[in-house]
Design a protein. Structure first.
Length: 161
């Protein structure tokens, strides 16, 4: 439900993006990207101004929070009417393996439905095996390779709602 918090485990709650979340959204995503890849220009644009690239055009960001600290996030970035990109999903390393990513992604899918999405799309990298398994488990299907603004993107998936 938009605007409501949902319990995840004993201490982590899910909620929608609020003023003041941009710095945590940036930090969580920079951490995993820089650990495994390299921050690219499109990353810098979206992460540097999530309001402009995600929220203002009609998207949404789901936040996982533990005792006031943002520990996970994932955005729904509008691509065209009825189509959203699942983008910038990140979970703090200390919270990985606790089901936070699964709960965040499930909430993102719910938000997409509530926003009238017909299709969700995502791009990832073959090295992110756990993420790919999660996407598959929640219903995303593989697509043939396509052009991407990200050099690291080599796995493309979609979910029809």
């Amino acid at each position: 439900m938009p605007g409501t918090a949902t319990a995840v485990g004993a201490t982590v709650e899910l909620r929608l993006f609020q003023a003041g979340d941009a710095a945590a959204f940036l930090a969580l995503n920079e951490a995993w990207i820089e650990k495994l890849f390299k921050l690219e220009e499109h990353d810098r644009e979206v992460l540097g101004d999530p309001a402009k690239y995600i929220m203002d055009p009609g998207g949404q960001i789901v936040i996982a929070e533990d005792a006031g600290v943002v520990v996970g996030c994932c955005g729904l970035m509008p691509m065209e009417p009825g189509v959203f990109e699942v983008a910038k999903m990140a979970v703090d390393e200390r919270y990985q393996g606790r089901g936070v990513g699964r709960k965040v992604l499930a909430r993102v899918i719910e938000e997409g439905r509530a926003m009238g999405a017909k299709r969700l799309y995502l791009e990832t990298n073959h090295r992110l095996e756990n993420a790919i398994h999660l996407y598959e488990a929640l219903g995303f299907k593989h697509l043939p390779p396509t052009e991407s603004p990200y050099a690291r993107a080599d796995v493309f998936m979609e979910m029809w709602l």
